[in-house]
Design a binder for this molecule. Structure first.
Ligand code: PNS
Length: 162
């Protein structure tokens, strides 16, 4: 059974992530989308909020599970019996960081393979940070994230600016 993990911050999930999840789910028996629970990294959404948004976005994919993880990704992968780590590559600027992550992970656990999926061209510019910037300035994010994520972003910024 091919169990893959798609790890990330997902703060929040975007249409680019959903595209990767859909494609990765087709080449995995089970795909676990995992949100890093990292207190050091300042995030807009709590881990629970991020997990909920991913669950809602992926509810139609039968073999996708969503949860969060703490600590090293490779230790989590071992616990889950997963040998494949999925990462999306948008542009060559992503490559250096991704290379570091993938090489380190394989050094730590040589049975794990990182599988890079090229982000579909229409999402190649998209990132959670850019979506947050546009949302904060009340720009139109309807093409970037599902409607319920757009609503959550609007709520968040309204609450934060009170
Ligand atoms: O969406 P992101 O922020 O680019 O995802 C980065 C993530 C979560 C994949 C990476 O930070 C990670 O795996 N963190 C867990 C800690 C770890 O295992 N670090 C060692 C690998 S360098």
């Amino acid at each position: 059974m091919k169990i893959s993990i798609y790890p990330g911050s997902f703060d929040p999930i975007t249409n680019g992530h959903i595209d990767i999840i859909e494609r990765a789910s087709k080449i995995s028996d089970k795909l676990i989308v995992s949100v890093l629970n990292n207190n050091e990294k300042k995030s807009l959404f709590t881990v629970d909020e991020r997990v909920e948004m991913i669950k809602e976005s992926t509810k139609n994919f039968q073999n996708v599970e969503v949860e969060y993880f703490d600590g090293l990704l490779v230790d989590y992968a071992k616990r889950k019996n997963a040998n494949i780590i999925i990462r999306g590559l948008r542009a060559v600027t992503d490559f250096e960081y991704e290379l570091q992550l993938a090489q380190t992970n394989r050094e730590l656990y040589n049975e794990v393979e990182t599988l890079f999926l090229l982000t579909s061209i229409q999402y190649s510019y998209l990132s959670s940070s850019i979506v947050k910037q546009v949302a904060e300035e009340n720009g139109d994010i309807s093409k970037f994230v599902p409607d319920f994520v757009a609503n959550k972003l609007k709520e968040k910024y309204k609450i934060n600016t009170l």
